[in-house]
Ligand binder design. Structure first.
Ligand SMILES: [Zn+2]
Length: 457
């Protein structure tokens, strides 16, 4: 099957062809682990999890090597440690664990590799030595800097010219760099900060060099796909390209993919604005699959406006799918592949809205299937497609129970009373209970194996 992906570097949708189909490599920039991620930060791991699943389906589970790093040394982490008095590694390990729990609750598969920056400092030092030897970097009092002027390709990912870069460069207070758009590869030790010995002087790595060194060490360049949020195009990914390509003389990544912003009330969600909500807070009120579905409801390149209404729609869509599975509770699903129309939607630049529409059509097919063989096939196709999107992992009865929270036990009791009333042929009581359940938004489904319930569609 042919996969097409939009490449930020060429600004075109291109047919994806890995350099080696038996070893497909993907790297996505992971979190800086010093506080809770917000829901906007959860968009890349969920989007690239769908791509990971599609690549595994296409090339084989063992053929895809997906690395997502942890940035566990950074200015923000040092500041958080100074503020709380906790050791740096206690903070970073704690927030790594929280990140894994939260992304796990959103159905994100563990990547193949999760390298930590602090475990690759010697690789970063070696890379910086190469850049110094090639004249692509220089030493100043405050650190080692990459010389943007020495790299004529600089700006090719973001499409910025050297002149624009000069005008837009942020002037940082203590810097003694030669040029405003030069960036730090290494920061000279400051009192009280973590520090590593290096041939060019003790210090700690800058953020951009971390990813360049981890990609080279863990995957080897050029990698097939490099992903991240759109806000990483400049300067982070531009700088990764500059470092790696200047050092190695070949491309860092063949395809660059970026997901759009997540907004709240049409404003970018960010810690500095204060309009953030964390997956952890959302998981108190919503099931993980509902949050995942909401994140996938827009095309990954488009902005996504986050709201309660978006979550309610996501839950209604999933309720409908789970309702179809529940209706076929007594039917064994046939062992079938996800239907090609569904897979083709995902293969077309990860078109999740189209894939979701296909999934909905599969639920309809399951709902109208009459013959046992048709039902088994419809259920099998629905579940196989859902697996690729990372949903319908719950038992359907548990799904509806969980979505009613504390009220579920009360509903169970009413359903059991109604079963007893029917058994006793007390139809007036049975009807009364059905009405009471309906008033709570519950539909009871009677089958040969007993009575189940779901949220009314
Ligand atoms: Zn990165």
């Amino acid at each position: 099957m042919e996969i097409a992906l939009t490449n930020t570097l060429t600004r075109r949708k291109e047919r994806f062809e890995p350099a080696n189909p038996s070893r497909v490599t993907m790297y996505v920039c992971g979190p800086t682990v010093y506080s809770y991620a917000h829901i906007g930060n959860a968009r890349p791991p969920v989007v690239f999890d769908v791509l990971f699943r599609l690549l595994r389906l296409t090339y084989g589970e063992q053929a895809v090597i997906y690395a997502r790093n942890y940035t566990d040394i950074d200015d923000k982490i040092i500041a958080a440690a100074a503020k709380s008095g906790e050791p740096i590694d206690a903070i970073t390990r704690k927030f790594e664990r929280i990140y894994e729990e939260d992304t796990g609750a959103l159905g994100v598969l563990p990547p193949t590799l999760t390298p930590r920056a602090t475990e690759h400092v010697s690789d970063m030092i070696a890379l910086i030595e190469q850049l110094l030897a090639k004249g692509a970097a220089y030493k100043a009092e405050t650190g080692i800097y990459f010389s943007v002027a020495a790299d004529e390709d600089y700006g090719k990912l973001s499409g910025r010219s050297q002149d624009e870069l000069k005008a837009g460069a942020r002037v940082e207070g203590e810097d003694d760099k030669r040029h405003p758009s030069d960036f730090a590869l290494w920061k000279t030790t400051k009192p009280g900060e973590p520090s590593w010995e290096a041939s060019f002087g003790a210090g700690r790595p800058g953020w951009h060099i971390e990813c360049s060194a981890m990609i080279e060490k863990e995957l080897g360049s050029p990698i097939d796909i490099h992903g991240g949020g759109i806000d990483l195009i400049f300067p982070h990914h531009e700088n990764e390209i500059a470092q790696s390509e200047s050092a190695h003389g070949h491309a860092l990544a063949r395809v660059w993919m970026h997901n759009g912003f997540l907004t709240m009330d049409r404003e970018k969600m960010s810690k500095s604005i204060g309009n953030i909500i964390t997956p952890r807070e959302l998981l108190e009120d919503w099931q993980g699959e509902t949050i995942r579905w909401a994140l996938l409801s827009a095309h990954y390149r488009a902005p996504l406006d986050w709201s309660e209404d978006l979550l309610r729609q996501a839950q209604a869509s999933l309720d409908r799918l789970y309702g179809a599975v529940l209706r076929l509770k007594d039917v064994a699903a046939a062992e079938v592949d996800a239907p090609s129309a569904f897979v083709e939607a995902l293969a077309d630049d990860l078109n999740t809205p189209a894939a979701i529409a296909e999934l909905s059509a599969l639920a309809t097919a399951a709902n109208v299937a009459k013959k046992p063989a048709e039902q088994a096939r419809a259920k099998g196709e629905l579940l196989a497609a859902a697996r690729l999107l990372g949903v319908l992992n719950e038992d359907p009865e548990h799904w509806f129970r969980a979505s009613f929270g504390d009220e579920a036990a009360e509903i169970d009791r009413l359903v059991a009373e109604r079963v007893a009333a029917r058994a006793a042929k007390n139809y007036a009581e049975s009807d009364r209970l059905r009405d009471e359940l309906a008033a709570r938004g519950v539909e009871v489904m009677d089958s040969a194996s007993g009575s189940t319930w779901r949220r009314k569609g």
